[in-house]
Design a protein around this ligand. Sequence first.
Ligand code: GLP
Length: 240
Amino acid sequence: MKVLVFDSYEEMSAAGAEIICEQLKNKPNSVLGLATGSTPIGMYDALAEECKKGNADFSKVTSVNLDEYYPISPDNKQSYRYTMNSTLFDHINIDINKTHVLDGMTNDPDKTCKAYDEFIDSIGGIDLQVLGIGNNGHIAFNEPDEWLEVGTHKTALTESTMQANARYFSADEVMPTHALTMGIGSIMKARKIIILINGAKKTDALKKMLSGKLSTDCPASMLQLHPDVTVICDRAAYGE
Ligand code: GLP
């Protein structure tokens, strides 16, 4: 894995945006795998800026998001569909019909998940996947467990993830206990991966991810098997 360490969140966000702009220059009709969470927001802001300046063209891009809460309506402000629209899609020239987020309202999660993997394969796979990491080493919603799922699937959220994400939900909002998520295999099929990591609370997860050992206790450690991963982190996350 290539590891890039930056002094600030702004610099790492700019570096991530630069990699995406480069990807779009080389392949305007790229399939981008996108992530939610607070970490990529700075990069999404930088991309919106580049798009305004004419340095990034998303008109031919297809996007697929990693995960979605379950059950949740796309109109719910906490849904990842709503979040993607408000943090990125509304500010760039992407065709909203070519943006894909797992359906948090589906009556048949298994069918929806299977169809999502088939859809990604049918459009030629993901060219560049953006990832964040959970404090517990999860990627997308692949939580630490005895085993990890290969394909897109429905999963229960761990107590630690629910606590970490509770900050987004107000007291009167019900936080979903489950999610639909791309599996480790779905993520590993991406041709290129960037993973953004900032802040000292992620240091443990980052260390385990780079440890040279694979463990289902740290799902992100599986990325060590991928041939093209760039870790973009700040000094606080990288640690001493
Ligand atoms: C959620 C998402 C992950 C994300 C993680 C970290 O659980 N499912 O894709 O990487 O949060 O979020 P944050 O960047 O806010 O720390």
